[in-house]
Structure formats: structure tokens, C-alpha cells
Design a protein around this ligand. Structure first.
Ligand SMILES: [Zn+2]
Length: 567
């Protein structure tokens, strides 16, 4: 009996890494009420867990053992993968990225193994038959058979009251299932307001025949330079077709949110409302007489389970606005973006004006999947065992060098950005086509930290730093962008892209202005910021921003020149 209690306590102790951090924080901020609530919930949860382990009815005991072991394992695995506790927004994000599950499993193998071990021990400790208890105590245990529902309901209530960090530091035996239930409930009852329609046709003729919105994956702008001031070769050789806006700030530091901001007419000032109700980029393109094409090259054969598995908050309603929907499938990692380029080239041959939104695979993790051996120009790279994602990264860091992993990242960029653009400039006729090129978010290299998607106001700025270029060979148009790229160098953010697209499609200033300044307007002077919270307002309507100063852009991207390179 004592052994069972001891083992349970040890299990709880070992699987609640967020506890001490949260308690320290609460003590530091002198938050007495929260400390009291926090302590009561802890004591009550431990009491409930003890009752469960001594439950005399085997079926009920095994039922709870399964749930508690699974919940703890998910939380433990999440912690092992990213070094932070599972929170409400993480669950939302994981739900949105569910099509990437198998890639994540590959990347975080070590975490999956640890989670499995935790699940096994948790299950055995709780499910193992307890000593027989007779009489009144047995009756009481029967009465309290479903007691764990009470702390779960309490946690759910907290989530609805306090939103994101509501259950931080609380027992991981019960909190992840509470989060999942709360998020699931909200997702199911969420009323989605109607999206507005585009009523007016553009006032002017479109400024280009074809427009491509090329959104790369995980590109840290420091790495589009090979050394200080020296852009990748393909960009250098084609500088007469590029207006380079320097380092821009992304809409968010997470793929789904950033892409949704780009497609759904999001504004900085009224984020949640605009994401839900603005007409989409497809609606504006169609009203302007453009065919709409979407290409997603992030869905290799490993990850796609069904053809309509949309990512980045795309709904089937939105997908109906797309005339041609491509998901690049059955293609090896290094070929994903090249297949995207082929499709792009074909579509741009159309006589009809065409608008393409393309999600490149770019430097998607695991980095060494993205390029062929022949493109491994940066050496050394991790070998064999080490190369499996973050585990390798951490080992290497501890052994004193992150260089090998960063080399795989640089090789990725060499192949999927430099070589990709070399081919693009050779094969795509840019005389009446414009490409807006950027990345969904940046990439941050630090041990025990995720590379992007950190929540909170103090997320690393690097996660939201991205390249931004307008590429075209239509000279008068290019010159306008080149001029504004001088005044707007290192000063823009991705909220300016939606109105820029509207401008290129020919919409009036009035309509553009609803979405804030575009790339051709002078800088607003407002400090740029990327969002690090929920943009759909699922749990709360509050938005969380990480402001990025101009100084940070310069300091964190040392390879980029401080002023634009002269053409
Ligand atoms: Zn991404």
C-alpha cells in the first residue's frame, strides 16, 4: 500500500516539470489569490489521484489509468520535444498542424519514446491491483469512482475564465485532458461569423498580368546572405529584377497563423475580427478577373492522408474559391519545391490573368530531408544517429558546436532557395508577372528551445524575422518598388502585403486603406510586431504581440547590410 502511494507520488513528481517554474513565478509576482487556488487544486488533485489508484473496481481503475497515463505521456512528450509545458494555445496549434503529425514524430523521436515510457509506468502504477479494502472505505471508493471529473471540470472552468496560461503548472495527470476538452468544446460550438463579399470591381486595371504570392517556410533572413552584405548568388545575379525590402516582421511566428494572416485580409489593429470577416485574397483576385491557383508543396507522401487535408486554417469554404488546387504529393523531399516551380511555370503560361498563392517547403524540419547529398556544400553535417532532428541538435550543442545542424539548415537554403531561384529566374518570364516573396516565419537556433512558435510577449524576435522581396521584370513597376524599398528598408511587416496585393490587382486606395499601409506607402512609424497567440479568438478575444524594434532587426540579422544594396 505504502509502495503504491510512494510510486504514484514519484510519478507525479517526475512528470510535472512546469510546477516549480509556475510556483516561482507566482511567488515572485506575489499573487496570493492565485497561489491559494493553485495549492488547493494541487492538493485536491493528488487526493483524487490517490483515490483512483485504490479504486476497488478494476474496470473503473483501468479506465482512469488509461486516461491519466495518456494525458501525462502527451504532456511529458511535449515537454521533452520543446522544453515547455503544454498550454491551451499549443493544443490549438497542434490541432491545426495535425496533418504534420508524422513529420513531427520523425523529428521528435526521442520525445515520443520518452512519452511511451511515461505512459507505460503511469498505467502500471495506477492500474496495478491495490490491496483489498473492505467495509465503509470500499463503499466510499465506489461513491467517488468518477471523482476525477471534478478537478477536470475545475481546470476547464479556469481555462474559460483565464484563457491561455490558466492551467500552467497544474498536475499534468489531469490538465492536458482538460485543455483538450475545452478546446474541443469551443471548436464545436464556435459560431463563425459570415465573411464579407467583394462588391466592387477594381477601379484600375491590374498592374501585372500574373501575380504570385510565394510564401517560403522557416527562412531566417540572415541566411539568404552567404556572408555580410553578400546575397545568395541567384539573387545577386538577378538584382535588376528585385526590390529587396530587407528584414521584415512576419504576421506571426507560427505557420498556420502567418499564412492565415496573409490570405484572410488580417489587419494589425483589428486582428481577430478581420481574420474572421474580411474577404479572402481569393475573393479579391476573382473579382479582379484573375484565375486563382493554390500550390502546397509541404505535403509530401509521408504527411498527406487525404486529398482535402487543408492546412494553415484553410476551410473547405475557402478552398471553393480556388480554381486550381495543387497538393504536391509522392515526391521526395528535395524535389518538393521544384515540382511547385513546374506547376507555377505551367500555370503562368495561361492567357488569362492568374493569381497564385504557393506554400514552399523551404527549410521545413527535418532540414536534412530537404536537399540531395550533392547539395550538402556546408560541412560537417551530423551523421547517422545524430541527424535525427532536435536530439542531434542538443547533443551537438552540448558537445560544443551547433555548427553541423546549422550546416544542414544552410544546405537546405542553398538547395530550396538559392538553386530554386536560379531555376526560377531562368525559366519564368517575369516581364508581366510579379512575385511577392517572403517566409511564413523565421527560425531561431538555441538549445532546449523550439525554433519558432514560442507563445507570449517575450518570444525570441528572430522567430518573426523574415525576408521580403518584390520580384518582377516589368520595369516601371519594379522601379516604384525599388524606390519604396529604400525608404521602407528594414521597416515593413507582413500586414502590408494584403493591401499591396490589392494595389497590384487594381483596387482603389479606399479599399486598400482598409487594410493599412502597403509596401509603396511611407512607413507608418508604428513599431512592427508579430502575433504569438490565437488569431481566431477561440478561447479569448485578447491578442498577444511581440514588438520588434528596428535595432533588433539589424542586430539579429548581422549579414544583411544596414542600408539597401545599390543596384
Ligand atoms: Zn512554418
Amino acid at each position: 500500500m505504502i509502495l503504491k502511494i510512494l510510486l504514484l507520488l514519484v510519478f507525479i513528481f517526475l512528470t510535472n516539470q512546469g510546477f516549480k517554474f509556475r510556483l516561482d513565478y507566482l511567488i515572485e509576482t506575489n499573487n496570493i489569490t492565485t497561489i491559494i487556488v493553485f495549492s488547493i487544486l494541487w492538493v485536491f488533485s493528488i487526493f483524487v489521484l490517490l483515490l483512483v489508484t485504490f479504486q476497488q473496481n478494476s474496470l473503473i481503475r483501468i479506465f482512469w489509468a488509461l486516461i491519466i497515463a495518456a494525458t501525462t505521456a502527451v504532456s511529458y512528450g511535449f515537454y521533452a520535444a520543446g522544453g515547455s509545458e503544454l498550454e491551451v494555445l499549443d493544443v490549438l496549434e497542434l490541432w491545426q498542424a495535425r496533418h504534420e503529425t508524422s513529420r513531427a514524430f520523425d523529428h521528435f523521436q526521442h520525445a515520443v519514446i520518452k512519452a511511451a515510457i511515461v505512459a507505460f509506468f503511469g498505467f502500471v502504477i495506477i492500474a496495478y491491483p491495490p490491496p483489498k479494502i473492505e467495509g465503509k472505505a470500499k463503499k466510499l471508493l465506489t461513491v467517488f469512482a468518477w471523482l476525477p471529473i471534478i478537478p477536470v471540470m475545475m481546470f476547464i472552468t479556469l481555462i474559460f475564465i483565464k484563457s491561455d496560461r490558466a492551467v500552467a503548472g497544474l498536475p499534468q495527470q489531469l490538465s492536458p485532458i482538460s485543455i483538450a476538452t475545452a478546446v474541443g468544446y469551443k471548436l464545436s460550438v464556435q459560431e463563425i461569423p459570415d465573411r464579407k463579399t467583394v462588391n466592387e470591381k477594381p477601379k484600375y486595371a491590374a498592374k501585372v498580368k500574373h501575380l504570385v504570392y510565394l510564401v517560403d517556410e522557416s527562412i531566417n533572413p540572415d541566411y539568404i546572405y552567404t556572408s555580410p552584405g553578400k546575397l545568395l548568388q541567384s539573387f545577386t545575379q538577378n538584382q535588376d529584377k528585385i526590390a529587396n525590402f530587407g528584414t521584415a516582421v512576419s504576421g506571426s511566428n507560427c505557420s498556420a497563423r502567418s499564412n492565415a494572416i496573409l490570405r484572410l485580409g488580417a489587419t494589425r489593429d483589428n486582428l481577430i475580427e478581420s481574420v474572421r470577416t474580411s474577404p479572402t485574397i481569393w475573393q479579391y483576385a476573382k473579382k479582379a478577373g484573375f484565375r486563382t491557383v493554390y500550390i502546397d508543396s509541404q505535403a509530401s507522401e509521408k504527411t498527406v492522408t487525404k486529398p482535402n487535408d487543408f492546412q494553415n486554417y484553410m476551410t473547405s469554404e475557402e478552398a471553393k474559391l480556388i480554381d486550381k488546387f495543387y497538393k504536391v504529393k509522392n515526391v521526395e523531399g528535395p524535389d518538393l519545391d521544384y515540382r511547385l516551380l513546374e506547376i507555377m511555370e505551367d500555370e503562368l503560361k495561361s492567357d488569362k490573368p492568374t493569381f497564385i498563392y504557393a506554400n514552399k517547403n523551404g527549410a521545413h524540419f527535418p532540414y536534412d530531408d530537404n536537399y540531395p547529398d550533392s547539395a550538402a556544400i556546408y560541412q560537417p553535417v551530423p551523421t547517422g544517429e545524430e541527424s535525427s532532428g532536435l536530439d542531434g541538435l542538443l547533443d551537438l550543442y552540448e558537445s560544443g558546436s551547433m555548427e553541423p545542424v546549422i550546416n544542414t539548415y544552410k544546405n537546405s537554403i542553398f538547395w530550396t532557395v538559392d538553386k530554386f531561384f536560379e531555376k526560377l529566374f531562368m525559366e519564368i518570364d517575369l516581364s508581366d508577372t510579379a512575385i511577392i516573396y517572403t517566409s511564413d516565419h523565421g527560425q531561431y537556433f538555441e538549445p532546449s528551445s523550439t525554433t519558432h512558435c514560442t507563445s507570449g510577449e517575450d518570444a525570441p524576435a528572430t522567430e518573426g524575422l523574415v525576408p521580403l522581396m518584390v520580384i518582377t521584370d516589368k520595369k516601371p513597376l519594379l522601379h516604384k518598388f525599388e524606390e519604396s524599398a529604400v525608404t521602407n528598408y528594414n521597416a515593413t511587416d507582413q500586414f502590408s502585403l494584403f493591401p499591396t496585393v490589392l494595389d497590384l490587382l487594381g483596387y482603389s486606395e479606399d479599399i486598400q486603406n482598409q487594410y493599412g499601409p502597403d509596401l509603396l506607402d511611407p512607413p507608418s512609424g508604428k513599431v512592427s510586431a508579430f502575433n504569438t497567440g490565437d488569431i481566431l479568438g477561440i478561447i479569448s478575444k485578447d491578442t498577444i504581440w511581440r514588438e520588434v524594434s528596428k535595432e533588433e532587426r539589424i542586430k539579429l540579422v548581422p549579414n544583411a547590410p544596414i542600408k539597401p544594396l545599390a543596384n
